[in-house]
Write a protein that binds this ligand. Structure first.
Ligand SMILES: Nc1ncnc2c1ncn2[C@@H]1O[C@H](COP(=O)(O)OP(=O)(O)OP(=O)(O)O)[C@@H](O)[C@H]1O
Length: 252
């Protein structure tokens, strides 16, 4: 496949003709198309919100970019200082290293290693981003403070914490040192209003620092507050894109 060229300055992510189909072996091999030829360009400092109804393919898009789902075909290029990297073809170890350094992925649910506290989880993420151990712990502490996680919980097993506490740990780990590309899948769905606002402010500050963000929120206010552009998905395809005020008026 020819290498797609970035078509705008400051390009961080170039997605071309991305396709993903699931085969449901337990239901007579029925197939579900979750991405049907998706193109997306995201530049440094852009926050692209992916809108659309349930089942449209929003999470599949984030997962195929992150390669927690391997797409059937298409291209996902991450533009790094060393040149563009085709994520769909990268060997697993190189992918793990690149993700650790350059990509933050914040899903709705935290799956921490057993018997590990928030400070260790976030410090480990900071180490993968290249910080030395002492710096990583300082950065983790700052990140957890910023998201309002009570210091008394920092060494408590994440497995016993509440959904909202875990969500903030997840967000802290994904953002502890600004990644080049931040993928957010419903990152504030379990948060109370005060913590939600803290989290949205953190995400906005990362965009201001030049991080490229691709985010899924069901919360239209969050999209209006944060998105520099909204892409609307329906039936596995992007069907519209533009400023939030133009697109969100048309989304149910
Ligand atoms: N692991 C999977 N196995 C089988 N089908 C899947 C899988 N992941 C996603 N799908 C299917 O792909 C389609 C798109 O799902 P996806 O989760 O990407 O939608 P979504 O837009 O994020 O929906 P929601 O807003 O409800 O989270 C759905 O029909 C879904 O059932």
């Amino acid at each position: 496949m020819p290498t797609p060229q970035p078509d705008r300055p400051g390009a961080v992510l170039t997605v071309r003709e991305l396709r993903k189909t699931f085969t449901l072996h337990t239901i007579d091999g029925r197939t579900v198309v979750s991405l049907d030829g998706v193109d997306l360009d995201v530049a440094a400092g852009e926050h692209v919100a992916v809108a659309g109804p349930s089942g449209a393919g929003k999470s599949s898009l984030l997962r195929c970019i992150h390669r927690s789902y391997l797409p059937d075909s298409g291209s996902v290029l991450l533009h790094t200082p060393d040149g563009p990297v085709e994520l769909t073809a990268l060997p697993d170890r190189a992918l793990a290293r690149l993700r650790g350094r350059e990509i933050g992925y914040v899903s709705q649910f935290l799956t921490p290693p057993p018997r590990t506290g928030p400070l260790d989880v976030v410090a480990a993420a900071a180490r993968r981003r290249g910080l030395a151990p002492a710096e990583a712990r300082d950065a983790a502490a700052e990140s957890l403070h910023r998201l309002g996680l009570d210091e008394a919980l920092w060494d408590v097993d994440c497995g016993v914490l509440s959904g909202g506490e875990r969500q903030r740990i997840n967000l802290a780990a994904g953002t502890v040192r600004p990644p080049r590309l931040l993928l957010l899948d419903e990152p504030v769905s379990a948060l109370d209003p005060r913590n939600r606002e803290r989290a949205l402010q953190l995400i906005a500050s990362l965009t201001d620092q030049g991080v490229a963000v691709v985010a899924v929120f069901h919360d239209l206010d969050a999209m209006r507050q944060l998105a520099t552009r909204v892409v609307q998905m329906t039936d596995a395809r992007i069907v519209a894109e533009g400023p939030a005020r133009d697109i969100l008026g048309a989304v149910a």
